[in-house]
Write a new protein. Structure first.
Length: 220
């Protein structure tokens, strides 16, 4: 199966796109240059036919093969226990914000599974490895609701990490919280719980958002 998938990937290689992605993914080796819509279509096909069989032997030899795995984990029809098993295995392979965020966007959960997923994320939120931590922070986007908003603010106020992409994830998360809970977000930021750089980026993202009322923006 892996040889067939690799052949499909090589058939979709775009050299110009590879040059573009290499600039976005500095330090990441073995980039083929396959556009994300193609990877999503492949992942959907794999997930419908033999998703778990594929995941058992999935190759990590290129960026696209890693991203493909993450997409299949998100698309395949399996129970929550098995999905979390594959998620845990995959997080170890994340070495770039792009892989992290593409993976997180692909993951969907039923409302009845939110408690299980929330509990699953807690150890990652205490992990010092930057992409374990970024993964968990980006996953908190799925919990921006009345039940979890206060807990989200409490969690990020306790994260002290110098990695740029951890800080950017926190700033991004806070700006998204402001879309849904502007007054609570304002109170949170007024208490200055974040380091100065992250606080400034969060406010910058809030002011740049088209989904936040201009009247609210003027308060930041």
């Amino acid at each position: 199966m892996q040889q067939k998938i690799r052949g499909q990937l090589y058939a979709l290689v775009d050299p110009n796109y590879r040059q573009f992605i290499q600039k976005l993914f500095p330090g990441v080796s073995n980039i083929l240059g396959v556009r994300l819509p193609h990877l999503k279509k492949m992942a959907q096909c794999i997930a419908k036919t033999n998703g778990e069989d594929y995941l058992k032997d999935a190759a990590d030899d290129s960026l696209e093969e890693v991203i493909l795995q993450g997409l299949v984990i998100g698309y395949v029809t399996i129970d929550i226990k098995q999905r979390l098993h594959w998620i845990k295995n995959f997080v170890c392979k994340i070495n770039h914000w792009g892989i992290c965020d593409t993976f997180c966007r692909a993951l969907k959960f039923k409302s009845e599974d939110k408690v299980v997923v929330w509990n699953f994320l807690q150890p990652f939120l205490c992990d010092h490895r930057p992409y374990f931590l970024r993964f968990a922070i980006v996953m908190l986007f799925k919990f921006i609701d009345d039940e979890h908003i206060d807990a989200i603010f409490s969690i990020v106020s306790k994260v002290h990490h110098e990695h740029r992409y951890v800080k950017l994830a926190i700033a991004w998360l806070i700006s998204e919280c402001c879309v849904h809970f502007p007054e609570k977000t304002l109170i949170f930021l007024e208490s200055e719980p974040l380091d100065l750089w992250t606080q400034r980026i969060a406010i910058r993202k809030i002011k740049a958002s088209f989904r936040i009322d201009p009247f609210i923006k003027r308060k930041f």
